[in-house]
Design a protein around this ligand. Structure first.
Ligand code: TXA
Ligand code: MG
Length: 310
């Protein structure tokens, strides 16, 4: 059965809450990418997410909250986690903390870990849905595991439309790259996944932010798995020009098949990244990608591209 699609506004929230209460799946817009949302406390709903994504069971999910009270019921907020939440929530930041004794998120969603990843999204539709539902909603990116994250409702419909009960159409995601994930459990916060919150902003608070080396064999956050963001096409990075059999994903004032940002704007490039990769992937077997600076959002963009190229 193909998903029902409703406009992403307040009128659609009651129907979406009903789907969640019945153990169904709702594709919800967030400011980063579309999430595949389910009742975090409902193991079988969570299992449906894993099935829909074809996701390895050891990949834990982010629980999305709509208030600090809700977050505190789920996770233990020591000073570092509290500072991060107060500074950057609602927004594209996920904090990993110890699970609270009062936590309601299912074991399956936490992949059996005694930690939990929490995020308060800034997108009003996501916020309203979680608030009206009254509890945390787990939501991985709404794509099949190992594929590109969806930034448009059409992506969700095409890739997993048969597995989703309802899609809330919020149009294009404003940011287009997943949240930054910080492990805030220890004395010094550690970066688990670069994302759309610029790590420089976090380093303004903690110049000593730990950046673990990415180890594909023992990932701390399965977001670090090297094949996590993989198109079918073969990618060649840092290409100043395409070869004759390659499409060219440009950046800056260059001639290209499609261009992430002709004006070299990294924010625009991040917002275009997944949709353009996806478009080229359906049309070409080889994609050359222009060099992209590693400053600011460029760090997350290069991280995604490096994984996609493996
Ligand atoms: O922007 C985002 O974060 C999007 C939107 C929908 O919120 N969500 C998203 O979820 O990217 P997902 O499931 O595609 O990625 C979640 C990442 C995975 O890399 C997972 O391993 C990591 O969060 N994660 C979840 N719980 C964790 C934990 N307890 N410890 C370490 N990493 C964790
Ligand atoms: Mg994902």
């Amino acid at each position: 059965m193909t998903a029902q699609i409703l406009p992403g506004n307040a009128d659609s929230i009651p129907a979406a809450v009903t789907v969640l209460r019945q153990g169904g799946l709702v594709a919800m817009p967030t400011e980063t990418v579309y999430g595949l949302a389910a009742n975090a406390a409902d193991n079988s709903a969570v299992a449906r997410i894993y099935a829909a994504k074809g996701r390895p069971q050891f990949n834990p999910l982010i629980a999305h909250v709509s208030s600090m009270d809700m977050a505190r019921r789920e996770g233990v907020f020591h000073a570092n986690a509290r500072i991060l939440a107060e500074t950057f929530w609602p927004g594209p930041l996920t904090v990993v903390v110890e699970v609270a004794a009062t936590g309601s998120v299912s074991d399956l969603a936490r992949a059996g870990l005694d930690s939990i990843a929490l995020r308060m999204p800034r997108h009003p539709v996501a916020g309203q849905l979680i608030e009206a539902f009254g509890g945390p909603v787990v939501a991985p990116s709404a794509n099949p595991s190992g594929k590109i994250s969806p930034t448009l409702p059409e992506h969700v419909l095409k890739d997993i439309g048969d597995e989703v009960d309802l899609i809330l159409d919020g149009g294009a995601c404003a940011v287009g790259v997943e949240s930054t994930i910080i492990d805030a459990r220890g004395d010094r916060p550690a970066l688990l996944r670069p994302g759309s919150l610029d790590t420089a902003e976090i380093e303004n608070i903690w110049p000593g932010l730990i950046r673990p080396t990415l180890n594909p064999d023992a990932p701390q956050s399965p977001g670090q798995l090297l094949r996590h963001y993989a198109p079918d096409a073969k990618l060649r990075l840092n290409a100043k020009a395409p070869k004759t059999d390659e499409a060219y994903l440009g950046f800056g004032p260059v001639e290209a098949t499609v261009n992430l940002s002709p004006t070299s704007d990294l924010t625009e490039a991040a917002a275009n990244l997944f949709a353009m990769l996806r478009d080229l992937d359906t049309r070409f077997e080889r994609i050359a990608v222009a060099p992209i600076p590693t400053k600011g959002l460029g760090e997350a963009i290069n991280d995604r591209l490096t994984r996609a190229a493996k």
